[in-house]
Write a protein that binds this ligand. Structure first.
Ligand code: C2E
Ligand code: CA
Ligand code: CA
Ligand code: CA
Length: 278
């Protein structure tokens, strides 16, 4: 038993070692990526359910790794969050998104907000307001055309969240709560947060046609947002049936593969010119 115990320990130990070597490697590569700006943004349209027009886009990061190609954010964002590297990465995203939106406006496309995902670290950063305001000035984007997506977990420290949100409001940017319904969130405080929009999480939308509970949850969230005078968008819309359900339940906006996956700026311009497919 003792022998086995020692082996277990060694296996555990060497696993730990390779995990930490991998993390160190990832951290070094990410630092290099930040310096070399090895990132790109893709854009996914947000569609007005009544008119079918694109009324916004969400900016989604990809790591353009020199050997591995485009890497999904699921493979590096949580690590970047833990290591703190998300702060410079997030700043790059913010600047690139504002810059691109200003370019579209200069090209004469109808003005629309660009949504940027804010990480927990960024949200609790000192002088977030100052940093965002600086980026808006540098890029010349009017604050009303920037929307920040935060998640429910960031609102758990209610006082802090309200304080940060009020500062962002003063700037004139919009704020939405992403992945709504998946985290802890007090409905009591929801009405006290100065936010503009709720984004219903994909996991509820996915099963609305099969699972009556999910259908009820989605319908209820939509009804609630109308009572609270908030806008509501459903993410992860993949089928016409889901779209129909959301339309009948008076959801304002939709985003998902039914219309388009995240695409590059050129492809988004085509959609702005010719409309989304379907
Ligand atoms: P999210 O903010 O919930 O973004 C939506 C994700 O759902 C995106 O994945 C998008 O490609 C995917 N998606 C959109 N429509 C559909 C659909 O119809 N079906 C399915 N199955 N998926 C759909 P992506 O781009 O891989 O991003 C994953 C997550 O990484 C994001 O989830 C967000 O949490 C994070 N992320 C992405 N970009 C950034 C960023 O710039 N900063 C930060 N902090 N996080 C980011
Ligand atoms: Ca998001
Ligand atoms: Ca989301
Ligand atoms: Ca999500």
């Amino acid at each position: 038993a003792k022998e086995k115990g020692r082996n277990d320990f060694q296996i555990f130990n060497s696993d730990m070692k390779s995990v930490s070597i991998n993390r160190l490697k990832l951290e070094n590569e990410l630092r290099r990526a930040i310096i070399g700006e090895e990132f790109v943004l893709l854009y996914q349209p947000q569609v007005d359910i009544e008119t079918g027009r694109i009324v916004g886009v969400e900016a989604l990061i990809r790591w353009a790794h020199p050997e591995k190609g485009l890497i999904s954010p699921n493979h590096f964002i949580s690590f970047a969050e833990e290591s703190g590297l998300i702060v410079p990465i997030g700043e790059w995203v913010l600047r690139a998104a504002c810059k691109q939106n200003k370019i579209w406006q200069n090209q004469g496309f109808p003005k629309m907000p660009i949504s940027v995902n804010l990480s927990m670290r960024q949200f609790f950063q000192h002088n977030l307001k100052g940093k965002i305001s600086h980026v808006l000035e540098q890029t010349g984007l009017d604050p009303q055309y920037l929307e920040l997506e935060i998640t429910e977990s960031m609102t758990m420290d209610v006082d802090h969240a309200i304080q940060s949100l009020l500062e962002l409001k003063e700037l004139g940017v919009h704020v939405s709560i992403d992945d709504f319904g998946t985290g802890y969130s007090s409905l009591y405080y929801l009405k006290k947060f100065p936010i503009d929009k709720l984004k219903i999480d994909r996991s509820f939308v996915r099963d609305i046609m099969e699972d009556p509970n999910d259908a009820a949850i989605v319908a209820t969230i939509i009804a609630m947002t109308h009572h609270l005078n908030l806008k509501v968008i459903a993410e992860g819309v993949e089928t016409e049936e889901q779209l129909h359900f959301l339309h009948q339940n008076r959801c304002n906006e939709v985003q998902g593969y039914w219309f388009s996956p995240p695409v590059n700026a050129d492809q988004l311009e085509d959609m702005l010119s010719h409309g989304v497919p379907a």
